[in-house]
Design a protein around this ligand. Structure first.
Ligand SMILES: NC(=O)c1ccc[n+]([C@@H]2O[C@H](COP(=O)([O-])OP(=O)(O)OC[C@H]3O[C@@H](n4cnc5c(N)ncnc54)[C@H](OP(=O)(O)O)[C@@H]3O)[C@@H](O)[C@H]2O)c1
Length: 284
């Protein structure tokens, strides 16, 4: 039987796919853009169209599948957007679903991940929730523009600390869960890096790795919000969500460090410095 990966072209899904392939699993890589999936994975995986907003795509994608990696695309803000697909997984007798959730969500009912976890549990589908801290890819992705163009880290996180984790390590954790479905039934895992860093330390590491002086600007929420909406042209609703996340970060919600990654994989999580060296091109 095969493992279906949702958001297979995303930050985490691409690594889940690669790690499952290394473990000898057959993978169905899914998303709304089959051309993107073809260019990422070629013939190494089966590919299927799966659009959470179009229930006619579900059953074909789930054909021959007994395990699923489930992620919530960031623009689908309502937990209910994922419920019809969860119902379809139940109908197909899925043996394990690993949902990409969020650190601390077991005690925080506001993010959509909380309700999605609860919906999976109440559907009675065996689950292995993965609750990661902030991705290192936020720095090499959305926030890399100011680093490249202005040598600035422009994030409204004050003096707070974050236990960043590499999406590649999250992918390995999820593949490990899905590869042993009986062992990990009805479990939850909070995955973080081995150290919490503040953004001054992030800027110092980036300075060392790039050889340029990179400065943490510590902007206010308002300055960050205006800049990201007016100068970067990003969607207002999306920017508001990130402001809320950085507000929570400043309250200390992103700094916990766990050893769950090592317990699952027997490895140490990648450090931010190792990550920055590996992804140096994102900062040039
Ligand atoms: N960033 C962080 O620090 C962080 C921390 C903890 C948890 N998270 C959670 O991680 C999730 C995001 O994961 P990510 O960064 O791997 O995602 P991502 O890189 O933003 O990728 C989104 C994926 O969703 C797919 N997609 C878009 N619309 C879709 C639709 N209508 N139906 C099905 N698939 C669709 C896209 O593929 P196509 O283009 O092919 O459709 C793409 O592969 C979010 O739920 C976020 O809350 C993020």
């Amino acid at each position: 039987m095969k493992v279906l990966v949702t958001g297979a072209s995303g930050n985490v899904g691409r690594y889940v796919t690669n790690e499952l392939l290394k473990m000898g699993e057959q993978v169905v890589a899914t998303g709304t853009d089959l051309v993107k999936l073809q260019s990422l994975f070629g013939e190494t995986v089966d590919k299927a169209l799966l659009d959470f907003t179009d229930s006619t795509t579900y059953l074909k994608a789930l054909n021959g599948v007994d395990r699923v990696f489930l992620m919530r695309p960031p623009h689908l803000g309502k937990p209910e957007d994922l419920f019809p697909f969860i119902d379809a997984m139940k109908q197909c007798g899925i043996r394990l679903v690993s949902f990409l959730s969020l650190m601390g969500v077991e005690k925080n009912t506001i993010p959509p991940h909380h309700k999605i976890e609860k919906y999976i549990e109440s559907a009675g589908i065996p689950y292995a929730h993965i609750r990661p801290g902030f991705f290192m890819q936020n720095i090499s992705g959305i926030h890399s523009v100011e680093i490249k163009e202005k040598n600035q880290v422009f994030v409204p996180a004050g003096n707070s600390k974050t236990s960043f984790i590499d999406a590649e390590d999250i992918g390995l954790s999820i593949a490990t869960l899905l590869h042993s479905p009986e062992k990990y039934q009805n479990t939850a895992h909070t995955i973080t890096g081995s150290k919490a860093l503040d953004y001054f330390q992030i800027a110092d590491i980036l300075s060392k790795v790039t050889g340029r002086k990179i400065t943490y600007m510590k902007p206010s929420y308002l300055k960050y919000r205006n800049y990201y909406i007016k100068n970067r042209g990003l969607d207002k609703a999306y920017v508001n969500v990130t402001v809320a996340l950085y507000f929570m970060t400043c309250m200390g919600t992103a700094k916990a460090v766990t050893t769950d990654f090592t317990k699952l994989t027997g490895k140490q999580p990648r450090s931010f410095e190792e990550f920055a060296v590996k992804h140096i091109n994102c900062f040039k």
